[in-house]
Design a protein around this ligand. Structure first.
Ligand code: MLC
Ligand code: AMP
Length: 470
């Protein structure tokens, strides 16, 4: 069973699940999700307009109950990204909170839209779907092109959550707090399904603001580094977290000064963990183990890792020599939807997943992530953003002739999306707005530099390393 906490065996309380101001007991969540499962059972896949809401939680649980793969759509997606996800996933329905049912964002959607009803109730029962069957299809950016759907099987989620519960001593006694988006691994797979598998309470703060984290009174907190950096900038909010049992950071590198300041203000150093959409979380520090700033921990139970050099040969785990990190384990995805070629490129012939991250590993197995192998993969505020997708969005503007996008170092976001553009008569603000209106607004460039021409080498290839951030 993927979500044993919904079986009733964990007892119940009226506030087991909170999302913003919405509350539900596990029994209410199960009954509402079962009613929706009755409606979607038999579908090949359903999409969810994944706002930070109880409706999203109910819709995801409904898909899991009915054995229907769930495709979360970022609610700030513009039409181009939204239509791509709906078309590529072949979702037969788009589930939405009633508040957005008639909104402008959904005006052009071509699949039937169904509002999630939190008051519906059903007690139907469903046979447990096969462990290897797909649970989630999570769209994620590559270096080029539109996002690809990573197919995540039920057993991968179960294996990952069990390994994390072990590493973090996560139990039903915990109250998990976070305010992360519900369309990615961090906020959804760990932050919602984790609580429903472990049986801990969950308080989602709506947005991950320092004040909301301080007020939530959790024992276990999740955040991306940008969230922790903002918490540190608000010392009284940070001090309120000193009663928590464990603060966990992931999705992007936690800067050393943020690690140190957070430890100083809260009295406890954060545990870091590392993962990807495709692999879920594979490496982590332990609640009962050492905390080493700059390191993301050791492999979780069942995970194997290795480093590979540019020549394809093994790299020694000597704590100094960098290599591409490759992983395998029970939490791997099943492949990209409709993308056999991308699958072939992502896995080695002997079955290891190529993460595209450069790492070192020391003699004790502690991993340090040095950065991405490709300059075209950007992490901004914990969001993974492919330079190619943003360049394509810019090039769709009639005035834009050339575009090059890079991730420039940024004190709050880690990296910020910066575009270098050759364009006829278009302002920076117009182009930012144009991109934010086509693809997810969080992928928009925060800065655009208008240029006479882009720096190119003798082959005509844009030299991104000469642009900021390279
Ligand atoms: C801004 N907005 C616009 C806009 N400009 N909307 C339309 N048009 C425009 N021009 C909207 C945004 O949609 C958003 O809406 C709001 O304004 C603010 O957006 P933002 O600028 O992106 O917010 P910011 O403050 O910069 O966000 C910081 C942040 C966020 C940390 C809160 O980046 C975040 O939530 N990051 C978490 C990412 C994450 O979970 N990654 C995990 C990936 S899984 P609205 O509606 O939101 O207010 C993974 C695996 C692993 O990596 O290891 O975990
Ligand atoms: P995503 O697919 O959005 O989950 O992004 C995965 C990428 O996030 C990884 O390939 C890493 O580059 C990065 N990442 C995740 N966690 C960490 C971490 N703790 N430290 C550094 N990078 C991280």
């Amino acid at each position: 069973m993927l979500l044993p906490a919904l079986s009733g065996a964990f007892g119940d309380d009226a506030e087991a699940i909170r999302v913003g101001d919405q509350r539900a007991s596990r029994e209410e969540l199960l009954a509402a999700a079962t009613a929706l499962a009755d409606r979607i059972a038999g579908s090949d896949a359903v999409a969810i307009w994944a706002t930070a809401s109880m409706e999203t939680v109910v819709a995801v649980v409904a898909g899991l109950l009915a054995g229907v793969p769930v495709v979360p759509v970022p609610p700030d997606s513009g039409p181009a990204e939204r239509d791509h996800v709906l078309r590529d996933s072949a979702a037969s329905l788009l589930l939405v909170p009633p508040a957005v049912e008639d909104g402008a964002a959904l005006a052009e959607v071509r699949v039937p839209v169904v509002a999630v009803d939190l008051d519906a109730r059903s007690s139907s029962s469903y046979p447990g779907p096969a462990p290897e069957s797909p649970a989630l299809i999570l769209y994620t950016s590559g270096t080029t092109g539109a996002p690809k759907g990573a197919v995540i099987p039920r057993q991968a989620i179960a294996a990952d959550l069990d390994a994390l519960a072990d590493a973090w001593s996560w139990t039903p006694e915990d109250r998990l707090v976070h305010g992360l988006p519900l369309f990615h691994v961090h906020g959804l797979a760990l932050g919602v399904l984790g609580a429903l598998r472990v049986g801990s309470r969950l308080a989602h703060t709506g947005r991950p603001t320092p004040d909301a984290y301080a007020a939530a009174g959790g024992t276990l907190y999740f955040g991306v580094p940008t969230v922790w950096s903002r918490v540190c900038a608000d010392p009284s909010a940070a001090r309120a977290l000193s009663s928590a049992r464990l603060l966990v950071s992931g999705s992007a590198p936690l800067p050393l000064p943020v690690f140190a300041r957070l430890a100083e203000l809260t009295g406890q150093p954060a545990v870091e963990r590392y993962g990807m959409t495709e692999t879920l979380i594979t490496v982590s520090g332990r609640a009962d183990g050492a905390r080493r700033p700059g390191f993301v921990g050791t492999p979780l139970a069942g995970v194997e890792t290795r480093l590979v050099g540019e020549d394809g040969g093994p790299v020694a785990p000597d704590g100094e020599s960098p290599g591409e990190l490759q992983v395998r384990g029970p939490m791997m995805f099943r492949g990209y939807l409709n993308r056999p070629e991308a699958d072939r490129e992502s896995f080695t012939s002997d079955g290891w997943f190529r993460t595209g991250d450069i790492a070192t590993v020391d003699a004790d197995g502690w991993h340090r992530i040095m950065g991405r192998a490709s300059i075209d993969m950007i992490k901004s505020g914990g969001y993974r953003i492919g330079a190619g997708e943003v360049e394509d969005a810019l090039l769709a503007h009639p005035a834009v002739r050339e575009a090059a996008v890079v991730g420039a170092p940024h004190p709050d976001l880690g990296q910020q999306v910066v575009a270098y553009v050759v364009a006829d008569a278009a302002s920076e603000a117009q182009l930012i707005e144009f991109v934010a209106g086509r693809i997810a607004a969080h992928k928009r460039p925060r800065q655009i530099h208008l240029m006479e021409q882009l720096p190119r080498n003798a082959m005509g290839k844009v030299q991104k390393k000469l642009l900021a951030g390279g």
